[in-house]
Write a protein that binds this ligand. Structure first.
Ligand SMILES: [Zn+2]
Length: 295
Protein backbone atom coordinates (compact mmCIF):
# COMPACT_ATOMS: atom_id res chain seq x y z
CA UNK A 1 0.00 0.00 0.00
CA UNK A 2 1.44 3.39 -0.93
CA UNK A 3 1.49 6.00 1.82
CA UNK A 4 -0.78 9.01 1.86
CA UNK A 5 -0.25 12.65 2.74
CA UNK A 6 -2.83 15.39 3.13
CA UNK A 7 -3.11 19.07 2.38
CA UNK A 8 -5.75 20.44 4.74
CA UNK A 9 -6.70 24.11 4.39
CA UNK A 10 -9.63 25.72 6.23
CA UNK A 11 -12.07 27.59 3.98
CA UNK A 12 -12.20 30.65 6.22
CA UNK A 13 -10.56 32.84 3.57
CA UNK A 14 -8.85 32.50 0.22
CA UNK A 15 -5.49 30.73 0.03
CA UNK A 16 -2.50 32.95 0.87
CA UNK A 17 1.28 32.66 0.72
CA UNK A 18 1.37 30.57 3.91
CA UNK A 19 -0.88 27.97 2.29
CA UNK A 20 1.25 28.02 -0.84
CA UNK A 21 4.41 27.24 1.13
CA UNK A 22 2.61 24.41 2.94
CA UNK A 23 1.35 23.01 -0.38
CA UNK A 24 4.88 23.08 -1.80
CA UNK A 25 6.13 21.07 1.19
CA UNK A 26 3.29 18.58 0.91
CA UNK A 27 3.74 18.04 -2.82
CA UNK A 28 7.53 17.80 -2.37
CA UNK A 29 7.12 15.16 0.36
CA UNK A 30 4.68 13.26 -1.83
CA UNK A 31 7.15 13.21 -4.69
CA UNK A 32 10.10 12.27 -2.49
CA UNK A 33 8.33 9.44 -0.67
CA UNK A 34 5.95 8.41 -3.48
CA UNK A 35 2.75 9.23 -1.58
CA UNK A 36 -0.84 9.70 -2.67
CA UNK A 37 -2.09 13.24 -2.06
CA UNK A 38 -5.39 13.89 -0.31
CA UNK A 39 -7.08 17.28 -0.22
CA UNK A 40 -9.03 17.71 3.00
CA UNK A 41 -11.19 20.79 3.33
CA UNK A 42 -11.29 21.52 7.06
CA UNK A 43 -14.59 23.30 7.47
CA UNK A 44 -15.28 22.02 11.00
CA UNK A 45 -15.80 25.64 12.10
CA UNK A 46 -19.11 26.18 10.37
CA UNK A 47 -19.41 29.76 11.62
CA UNK A 48 -16.33 30.82 9.64
CA UNK A 49 -16.34 28.52 6.58
CA UNK A 50 -17.81 29.94 3.36
CA UNK A 51 -18.82 28.08 0.16
CA UNK A 52 -16.94 30.65 -1.95
CA UNK A 53 -13.73 29.85 -0.09
CA UNK A 54 -14.26 26.11 -0.54
CA UNK A 55 -14.57 26.55 -4.29
CA UNK A 56 -11.68 29.02 -4.10
CA UNK A 57 -9.35 26.34 -2.69
CA UNK A 58 -10.07 23.99 -5.60
CA UNK A 59 -9.75 26.73 -8.22
CA UNK A 60 -6.52 28.15 -6.82
CA UNK A 61 -4.88 24.72 -6.56
CA UNK A 62 -5.86 23.96 -10.15
CA UNK A 63 -4.53 27.33 -11.35
CA UNK A 64 -1.22 26.78 -9.53
CA UNK A 65 -0.89 23.23 -10.94
CA UNK A 66 -1.28 21.21 -7.74
CA UNK A 67 -3.04 17.94 -8.62
CA UNK A 68 -4.31 15.51 -6.00
CA UNK A 69 -5.68 11.97 -5.85
CA UNK A 70 -8.67 12.29 -3.53
CA UNK A 71 -10.68 14.84 -1.59
CA UNK A 72 -12.90 15.05 1.48
CA UNK A 73 -14.75 17.77 3.34
CA UNK A 74 -15.33 17.65 7.07
CA UNK A 75 -18.92 18.94 7.04
CA UNK A 76 -19.97 15.77 5.19
CA UNK A 77 -18.43 13.49 7.79
CA UNK A 78 -20.55 14.05 10.89
CA UNK A 79 -21.43 10.34 11.22
CA UNK A 80 -17.77 9.42 11.33
CA UNK A 81 -17.09 11.93 14.13
CA UNK A 82 -20.16 10.71 16.05
CA UNK A 83 -18.90 7.13 15.83
CA UNK A 84 -15.48 8.17 17.11
CA UNK A 85 -17.07 10.07 19.98
CA UNK A 86 -19.06 6.93 20.92
CA UNK A 87 -15.83 4.96 21.01
CA UNK A 88 -14.32 7.42 23.49
CA UNK A 89 -17.52 7.53 25.54
CA UNK A 90 -17.53 3.73 25.76
CA UNK A 91 -14.07 3.98 27.30
CA UNK A 92 -15.28 6.71 29.73
CA UNK A 93 -12.77 9.15 28.28
CA UNK A 94 -15.21 12.03 27.77
CA UNK A 95 -16.89 14.44 30.18
CA UNK A 96 -18.92 17.62 29.83
CA UNK A 97 -17.36 20.95 30.78
CA UNK A 98 -19.62 23.86 31.72
CA UNK A 99 -16.89 26.44 32.29
CA UNK A 100 -17.26 29.76 30.51
CA UNK A 101 -14.32 31.30 28.67
CA UNK A 102 -13.99 33.77 31.54
CA UNK A 103 -13.86 30.98 34.13
CA UNK A 104 -11.34 29.04 32.08
CA UNK A 105 -9.02 32.05 32.00
CA UNK A 106 -9.48 32.88 35.67
CA UNK A 107 -9.20 29.38 37.10
CA UNK A 108 -6.46 27.67 35.10
CA UNK A 109 -2.75 28.31 34.61
CA UNK A 110 -1.30 28.99 31.18
CA UNK A 111 1.55 27.12 29.52
CA UNK A 112 4.73 28.80 28.20
CA UNK A 113 3.00 29.14 24.85
CA UNK A 114 0.06 30.96 26.45
CA UNK A 115 -2.39 28.09 26.23
CA UNK A 116 -4.85 27.43 29.03
CA UNK A 117 -3.91 24.23 30.85
CA UNK A 118 -7.29 22.93 31.98
CA UNK A 119 -7.06 21.52 35.50
CA UNK A 120 -10.10 19.27 35.22
CA UNK A 121 -12.59 21.20 37.34
CA UNK A 122 -15.65 19.72 35.60
CA UNK A 123 -14.14 16.25 35.68
CA UNK A 124 -14.07 16.39 39.46
CA UNK A 125 -17.42 18.17 39.62
CA UNK A 126 -19.33 15.64 37.52
CA UNK A 127 -17.51 12.50 38.59
CA UNK A 128 -19.25 12.06 41.93
CA UNK A 129 -22.68 13.45 41.05
CA UNK A 130 -25.71 11.20 41.12
CA UNK A 131 -27.00 10.11 37.71
CA UNK A 132 -30.06 12.43 37.68
CA UNK A 133 -27.94 15.44 38.42
CA UNK A 134 -25.58 14.58 35.62
CA UNK A 135 -28.46 14.40 33.18
CA UNK A 136 -29.65 17.80 34.33
CA UNK A 137 -26.20 19.14 33.76
CA UNK A 138 -26.05 17.58 30.30
CA UNK A 139 -28.91 19.72 29.06
CA UNK A 140 -26.99 22.96 29.71
CA UNK A 141 -24.61 24.17 26.98
CA UNK A 142 -21.26 22.47 27.44
CA UNK A 143 -18.04 21.45 25.80
CA UNK A 144 -17.06 17.81 25.67
CA UNK A 145 -13.54 17.21 26.91
CA UNK A 146 -11.26 14.26 26.23
CA UNK A 147 -9.40 12.89 29.24
CA UNK A 148 -5.75 13.15 28.32
CA UNK A 149 -3.54 10.44 29.84
CA UNK A 150 -1.03 11.95 32.26
CA UNK A 151 2.08 10.62 30.53
CA UNK A 152 4.96 11.81 28.39
CA UNK A 153 4.75 11.05 24.71
CA UNK A 154 7.93 10.59 22.73
CA UNK A 155 7.59 11.50 19.11
CA UNK A 156 9.90 12.35 16.25
CA UNK A 157 9.80 15.17 13.74
CA UNK A 158 11.71 14.47 10.53
CA UNK A 159 13.12 18.01 10.50
CA UNK A 160 13.18 19.09 14.15
CA UNK A 161 14.19 15.85 15.88
CA UNK A 162 12.84 14.22 19.04
CA UNK A 163 10.16 15.55 21.38
CA UNK A 164 9.20 14.41 24.86
CA UNK A 165 5.92 16.09 25.84
CA UNK A 166 3.04 15.54 28.24
CA UNK A 167 -0.25 16.95 26.90
CA UNK A 168 -1.58 17.01 30.49
CA UNK A 169 0.99 19.78 31.08
CA UNK A 170 0.58 21.42 27.66
CA UNK A 171 -3.21 21.81 27.62
CA UNK A 172 -4.86 19.35 30.03
CA UNK A 173 -8.07 17.59 29.01
CA UNK A 174 -9.05 19.27 25.76
CA UNK A 175 -12.29 20.04 23.96
CA UNK A 176 -13.41 17.76 21.17
CA UNK A 177 -16.87 19.25 20.67
CA UNK A 178 -17.77 22.79 21.64
CA UNK A 179 -20.91 24.22 23.21
CA UNK A 180 -22.33 24.94 19.72
CA UNK A 181 -22.00 21.24 18.88
CA UNK A 182 -19.11 21.89 16.53
CA UNK A 183 -16.27 19.37 16.38
CA UNK A 184 -12.97 20.97 17.24
CA UNK A 185 -9.92 21.05 15.00
CA UNK A 186 -8.03 18.66 17.31
CA UNK A 187 -10.75 16.03 17.19
CA UNK A 188 -11.73 16.24 13.53
CA UNK A 189 -8.14 16.15 12.37
CA UNK A 190 -7.34 13.00 14.37
CA UNK A 191 -10.45 11.16 13.26
CA UNK A 192 -9.78 12.14 9.64
CA UNK A 193 -6.12 11.16 9.73
CA UNK A 194 -7.10 7.71 11.00
CA UNK A 195 -10.12 7.21 8.75
CA UNK A 196 -8.39 8.53 5.62
CA UNK A 197 -5.30 6.39 6.15
CA UNK A 198 -2.84 9.28 6.40
CA UNK A 199 0.73 8.02 6.84
CA UNK A 200 2.64 11.32 6.53
CA UNK A 201 1.73 14.61 8.18
CA UNK A 202 3.57 17.62 6.77
CA UNK A 203 2.35 20.97 8.11
CA UNK A 204 3.51 24.29 9.52
CA UNK A 205 5.51 24.68 12.69
CA UNK A 206 2.65 26.63 14.25
CA UNK A 207 0.79 23.32 14.74
CA UNK A 208 3.76 21.39 16.15
CA UNK A 209 2.48 21.89 19.70
CA UNK A 210 -0.65 19.92 18.87
CA UNK A 211 1.19 16.75 17.92
CA UNK A 212 1.50 15.04 21.32
CA UNK A 213 -2.17 15.59 22.17
CA UNK A 214 -3.19 14.32 18.73
CA UNK A 215 -1.10 11.19 19.23
CA UNK A 216 -2.78 10.67 22.62
CA UNK A 217 -6.20 11.02 21.03
CA UNK A 218 -5.40 8.73 18.11
CA UNK A 219 -4.14 6.10 20.54
CA UNK A 220 -7.33 6.39 22.60
CA UNK A 221 -9.23 5.77 19.36
CA UNK A 222 -7.26 2.56 18.94
CA UNK A 223 -4.93 3.78 16.20
CA UNK A 224 -1.39 2.52 16.78
CA UNK A 225 0.13 3.15 13.31
CA UNK A 226 1.45 6.56 14.15
CA UNK A 227 1.95 8.82 11.10
CA UNK A 228 5.37 10.30 10.31
CA UNK A 229 5.59 14.01 11.14
CA UNK A 230 7.39 16.93 9.57
CA UNK A 231 6.70 20.52 10.61
CA UNK A 232 8.02 23.09 8.17
CA UNK A 233 9.14 26.67 8.93
CA UNK A 234 6.66 29.43 8.32
CA UNK A 235 7.08 32.39 6.03
CA UNK A 236 8.46 35.34 7.95
CA UNK A 237 8.69 39.02 7.12
CA UNK A 238 11.96 40.90 6.66
CA UNK A 239 12.28 41.29 10.46
CA UNK A 240 11.98 37.50 10.91
CA UNK A 241 8.51 37.95 12.40
CA UNK A 242 5.49 35.77 11.66
CA UNK A 243 3.33 37.30 8.92
CA UNK A 244 0.60 39.54 10.27
CA UNK A 245 -3.10 38.88 9.78
CA UNK A 246 -3.16 41.68 7.23
CA UNK A 247 -0.31 40.17 5.20
CA UNK A 248 -1.94 36.76 5.38
CA UNK A 249 -5.22 38.32 4.27
CA UNK A 250 -3.57 39.14 0.96
CA UNK A 251 -4.74 36.21 -1.16
CA UNK A 252 -3.13 34.38 -4.04
CA UNK A 253 -6.34 35.16 -5.89
CA UNK A 254 -5.68 38.90 -5.63
CA UNK A 255 -2.25 38.33 -7.16
CA UNK A 256 -3.75 36.20 -9.88
CA UNK A 257 -6.34 38.87 -10.70
CA UNK A 258 -3.53 41.43 -10.84
CA UNK A 259 -1.83 39.31 -13.51
CA UNK A 260 0.85 37.68 -11.34
CA UNK A 261 1.89 34.26 -12.71
CA UNK A 262 2.13 31.08 -10.60
CA UNK A 263 5.89 31.04 -11.34
CA UNK A 264 6.28 34.47 -9.85
CA UNK A 265 4.39 33.35 -6.72
CA UNK A 266 6.53 30.19 -6.36
CA UNK A 267 9.67 32.34 -6.64
CA UNK A 268 8.43 34.86 -4.11
CA UNK A 269 7.26 32.31 -1.56
CA UNK A 270 10.43 30.21 -1.76
CA UNK A 271 12.51 33.34 -1.27
CA UNK A 272 10.43 34.47 1.70
CA UNK A 273 10.85 31.02 3.23
CA UNK A 274 14.66 31.34 2.80
CA UNK A 275 14.69 28.44 0.36
CA UNK A 276 16.23 30.42 -2.51
CA UNK A 277 18.71 33.28 -2.93
CA UNK A 278 16.37 35.65 -4.74
CA UNK A 279 12.72 35.96 -5.72
CA UNK A 280 13.12 35.28 -9.45
CA UNK A 281 10.19 33.30 -10.93
CA UNK A 282 10.60 29.50 -10.83
CA UNK A 283 8.46 26.62 -12.03
CA UNK A 284 6.42 24.41 -9.70
CA UNK A 285 8.82 21.54 -10.40
CA UNK A 286 11.82 23.70 -9.48
CA UNK A 287 10.15 24.83 -6.26
CA UNK A 288 9.34 21.22 -5.35
CA UNK A 289 12.88 20.05 -6.20
CA UNK A 290 14.33 22.79 -4.02
CA UNK A 291 12.32 21.53 -1.06
CA UNK A 292 13.01 17.87 -1.75
CA UNK A 293 16.72 18.59 -1.30
CA UNK A 294 16.16 19.71 2.30
CA UNK A 295 13.61 17.07 3.35
ZN1 LIG B 1 -15.11 22.98 33.00
Amino acid sequence: MPGKIRFAPSPTGYLHEGHLLSALYVWAAAKKWDLKIHLRIEDHDRSRARPAYIEGIREDLAWLGFHYDSESIQSARNDIYEAALKKLEAKSLIYPCYCSRKQLLAENPQSETGEIVYQGKCFYKTRDKRRETREDLNSAPHNLRFIVPDKFIDWHDMRLGDFHENPKHQCGDFTIRDRDNQWTYQFAVCVDDIDEGITHIVRGEDIRNSTARQIALMEALGHTDRPLYLHHPLIVDSNNKKLSKRELAHSLRQDREAGVTPEKLFGRVCYKAHLTENDAPITLMDAISTIIRIL
